[in-house]
Design a protein around this ligand. Sequence first.
Ligand code: ADP
Length: 159
Amino acid sequence: MKLTAVYPGTFDPITNGHIDIARRAADMFSHLIVGIAGSERKGPLFSLEQRVEMAKEVLADVPNIEVRPFKGLLATNMKEWGSDVIVRGLRAISDFEYEVQLAEVNKQIDHNLETVFIAASNKYTFLSSSIVRDIATNDGDVSDFVHPVVASAFARQLR
Ligand code: ADP
């Protein structure tokens, strides 16, 4: 088994679905880097620093998880980090096409890169950062979907 894997994403913000995948991946690999992409093009609600800080806090109890920001191509950062295993979560058929495309592109860029998919847990298959952002920006309660640290961050961000 490879030692270090990377779970990359935008995490705007990290949800209970992301946390579930990160914890399960951390059980499978000796070291998991949660790589948080700048994703400026997506115009994230939370800054890269805020997204990193939230992920660090909610995953602080897992000793083999490390949270790192990154900019530019994932493949370039993976090389720097000494990992060639990408972990992604799969929720539904709707994720499938995009995820397979991404995996293929990463392999074209660097043929050593392998993408491993972890199936979303049943209770999180409907959950996405964008749905949580929609609920929060419309004054809804997000406490069932995110860690309390993230719920408080929403309250501050949308004040
Ligand atoms: P990206 O912008 O790279 O798609 P996201 O933060 O939206 O970043 O998602 C990162 C990864 O986590 C993706 O592989 C996505 O499919 C997965 N993911 C997102 N939400 C969930 C969830 N509720 N359950 C399992 N995996 C999820």
